[in-house]
Design a protein around this ligand. Structure first.
Ligand code: T6T
Length: 328
């Protein structure tokens, strides 16, 4: 997916300041409400996203509502979405937990006149406002480039294992745009290493305990397993726990997507080799800015790409790197 970057951000900030000034001059206005619906509430990734969103909301004088489900599951997320729609916010920022299952519940929000922007994940094919597909109506998609992230993980893991040996992807479940794309990018890139064998993906349902048990089961079948790519926080932390339980810390290499606070210790003690940290606060910040711009009748890019920071033993003590460790 094509991403639009810094020029838009500068323009947006300028525009937002202008909008705030003219509203203040006009002598007050109805306080806008923007709802942020995360994939789940207890994930450091979304907790950090919320902080960025709150910062933007505070700057804009907008009310930020944060409401989510306790698990990353469309069956739990849809009722949360419906209850948010009933509160009639001006805009909804949402990380849809399934590409297909969130389309019609979100269409109801759109039909009720609520601006919809997706953050982190997308619905349908992720190409919004192009006049095709059932999930074409969100105004924008603010997220990491997940295919690229998967490729980066493959290159780093390949390097860590000396470009040979057996690896697999520990992933959540099919149907989630982010983790599907990370796996896609990983598979694309790993093909460039003829001496690396890619084993079947293990799906853990976002359950770190399951990911840990799967690591041990894969290792029991493949004594020579060389590495694992944990395609999101729970997959990575679980896979690392599995390596630790096996007593193979440092022998089975772990490339982690996401950077919760325990990653710092795990990188320092050699359990995790590297982490690809997303910038969730940036996603939340620009998500709110984008929704606000739409509410102010401005045009916005259909997608906005946010950055990554790769963390490993060589740089994790640098405050310019460790500032991207997620907040718990
Ligand atoms: O990796 C993030 C997020 O990008 C993904 O969509 C779901 O999992 C996380 O929230 C991490 O747990």
């Amino acid at each position: 997916m094509k991403k639009t970057g810094s020029a838009f951000r500068l323009l947006l900030c300028g525009f937002v300041l202008l909008a705030m000034t003219s509203l203040a001059q006009a002598g007050g206005h109805k306080k806008l409400t923007i709802a942020l619906i995360p994939g789940l509430t207890t994930d450091a990734f979304y907790i950090t996203m919320r902080k960025g969103a709150e910062l933007a909301a505070k700057g804009l004088g907008v009310e930020l509502m944060f409401q989510g489900a306790p698990d990353f599951n469309p069956t739990l997320q849809v009722p949360v979405l419906n209850s948010v729609i009933a509160k009639k916010p001006d805009a909804i920022l949402i990380a849809p937990t399934d590409k297909q299952q969130l389309i019609s519940p979100l269409k109801a929000a759109h039909d009720a006149g609520i601006v919809v922007v997706t953050v982190d994940t997308f619905i349908d094919d992720g190409n919004y406002q192009d006049g095709s597909g059932m999930g074409d109506f969100p105004m924008s998609y603010v997220a990491s480039d997940n295919v690229l992230g998967g490729k980066m993980a493959a290159r780093a893991l390949a390097k860590a294992i000396g470009e040979k040996g057996k690896v697999y992807v520990s992933n959540v479940r099919p149907g989630i745009s982010t983790t599907d794309q990370r796996e896609e990018g990983f598979k694309m890139e790993i093909k460039n290493y003829p001496n690396i064998t890619l084993l079947n993906t293990q799906y853990n349902d976002n359950d770190a305990n399951k990911a840990a048990a799967q690591l041990q089961a894969v290792a029991a079948r493949n004594q020579d397993i060389a590495g694992v790519f944990g395609a999101n926080l729970f997959s990575a932390v679980g896979a690392a726990d599995g390596v630790k339980a096996l007593g193979k810390s440092g022998q089975v290499k772990v490339a982690a997507f996401d950077a919760p606070s325990r990653i710092v210790d795990d990188i320092n003690n050699g359990l995790i080799d590297l982490a690809i940290a997303q910038h969730p606060a940036e996603i939340g910040y620009y998500g709110v800015m984008t929704a606000y711009a739409v509410l102010m009748k401005q045009s916005v890019p259909i997608s906005i790409g946010t950055g990554f920071t790769v963390m490993d033993k060589s740089n994790i003590s640098d405050p310019e790197i460790s500032k991207y460790v997620y907040s718990d």
